[in-house]
Design a protein around this ligand. Structure first.
Ligand SMILES: [Zn+2]
Length: 247
């Protein structure tokens, strides 16, 4: 009997130790702590500006009176300055999402990523006269962000934003509208602030259609929608130990 009891205590101890080590990896500063009453949703749209889709998203946001953030790709901007201008004039935030969006190029070295962000910042600056500070790594910062890189980005007045909800609309096979809405509702109750990753590529017409359902869901739960501003706490995934670690 005593042995059984000892075994069960031992098992309990082992299980709790195992639990400690199996805790989900938390991003730095997660969940976001903001000096605001209530819960916030940050809708973010990557990869634009793209005709029709970015404009469709803007139409929905206007209709719903919701502000969001657009992480733009520098090479997409020429000839589409009017869409960029519309994003800004309608009260949304603009963030940087590299110039080329080519992973091999962007992640070749830290300087490459930094230069891609600076190049896009310059294009936005020349078009709108503003200098965005929010940046997003293509595919997210996991496996790429180190303390050294983060320090360099901070010295250039850049803040990294990953996400904690993914619409999974950035895949080659874009899911049906109902699935995108379902993905958009998949939040962890522990998060006070939700950052939703969405895309505005040319194949994202389902994102435009799913958007009203996602917005309705969070409005009914009492969340408010905000654009990422300069004082929005940075939110990034766990950093790699150093730039010499395996990629
Ligand atoms: Zn992207």
């Amino acid at each position: 009997m005593k042995l059984v009891r000892f075994q069960s205590i031992l098992l309990g101890v082992l299980l709790s130790v195992a639990n400690i080590f199996s805790l989900p990896v938390k991003a730095e500063g997660e969940p976001l702590n903001e000096p605001v009453n209530g819960k916030k949703v940050y809708l973010t749209f990557d990869d634009g500006p793209i005709p029709v889709i970015t404009e469709g998203i803007l139409d929905v946001l206007k209709e719903q009176n919701v502000k969001a953030t657009f992480f733009v790709v520098g090479k997409e901007i020429p000839q589409r300055e009017d869409i960029l201008r519309r994003i800004y004039n309608e009260g949304h935030s603009i963030g940087l999402h590299t110039y080329s969006h080519k992973y091999k190029k962007v992640y070749n070295c830290d300087d490459s990523l930094i230069n891609e962000m600076l190049k896009t910042r310059e294009i936005v600056q020349n078009t709108l006269g503003i200098s965005p500070t929010a940046i997003r790594f293509p595919g997210g910062s996991s496996r790429h962000l180190t303390k050294e890189l983060l320090d360099s980005l901070h010295s250039l007045n850049m803040k990294v934003y990953d996400w904690n909800i993914d619409l999974y609309d950035g895949e080659h096979e874009v899911p049906p509208v109902s699935q995108i809405i379902k993905n958009g509702k998949n939040f962890k109750p522990g998060y006070k602030s939700l950052i939703i990753l969405a895309h505005s590529n040319s194949n994202n017409s389902n994102t435009v259609k799913a958007l009203p359902g996602i917005i309705k869901f969070y409005k009914e739960l009492g969340y408010s929608f905000s654009a990422i501003e300069t004082d929005t706490p940075e939110y990034h995934y766990k950093m790699r130990k150093s730039s010499s670690d395996d990629k």
